[in-house]
Design a binder for this molecule. Structure first.
Ligand code: 5GP
Length: 194
């Protein structure tokens, strides 16, 4: 069993609304062993994709994304949820993302300067639920006429529709671990179902 799965079973807390709290090792305090394992798996899976940029959304995607970018020695770009006073509307790509955990829609943006048509972008995020964050990032890459080479997810909640929405767009998706159910406070992984 992967270290990430072990940590989820040992320290993950199931909250109301099918939310898994992983603040002790991924979302608040960060365990470097978990992060290294995650980034090694992403690199192994996406190594032939000639990636030029790793992209995520602030804040919790930044840690895994920077580790992957650092391995590949390429830049990491994160979509911002607050508008910097230094960036005018004409100089940014923006899109709306509805947050599953916060039940709030926010406009996220990146500077046009950092996303260009020759980019091959690997999108990384901590969780995949309804796919809003990943689809928002795909939208930003498409606005820039750049290419999405794949989506890498640390924890996929496979009982929610995110994966299907990404696959429908023809984008390759790889998740380090896939949760089949959080029902009755019990964490079941997809591979353990049979
Ligand atoms: P989606 O956009 O796919 O609906 O949700 C993905 C985003 O919501 C992630 O970036 C993550 O921050 C947050 N999220 C969704 N589900 C969970 C969850 O069960 N636990 C945690 N910690 N974050 C979640």
């Amino acid at each position: 069993m992967s270290y990430l799965k072990e940590k989820i079973l040992k320290d993950g807390v199931v909250l109301d609304g099918n939310v898994l709290k992983v603040d002790s090792f991924l979302n608040h305090q960060i365990d470097p062993v978990v992060l290294k394992e995650i980034s090694n798996e992403f690199i192994e899976y996406f190594k032939d994709k000639e990636i030029t940029k790793v992209m995520t959304i602030e804040a919790s995607g930044i840690a895994p994304a920077i580790l992957v970018a650092s391995h590949l020695n390429i830049p990491m770009l994160f979509a911002k949820k607050t508008e910097p006073s230094t960036l005018s509307n004409e100089d940014q790509f923006s899109t709306n993302v509805h947050s599953y955990t916060k039940n709030k829609t926010s406009r996220v943006l990146v500077s046009k300067q950092y996303l260009t048509p020759d980019d091959k972008v690997l999108i990384i995020d901590d969780f995949l639920a309804n796919g809003e964050a990943a689809l928002g990032l795909i939208d930003l890459v498409e606005q820039a006429k750049a290419e999405v080479v794949g989506v890498g997810i640390c924890v996929e909640k496979s009982f929610q529709p995110g994966r299907a929405k990404i696959e429908d767009k023809g984008v390759d998706i790889f998740s380090i671990c896939r949760i089949a159910s959080l029902e009755n406070n019990k964490i079941t992984f997809v591979e353990d179902e049979h």
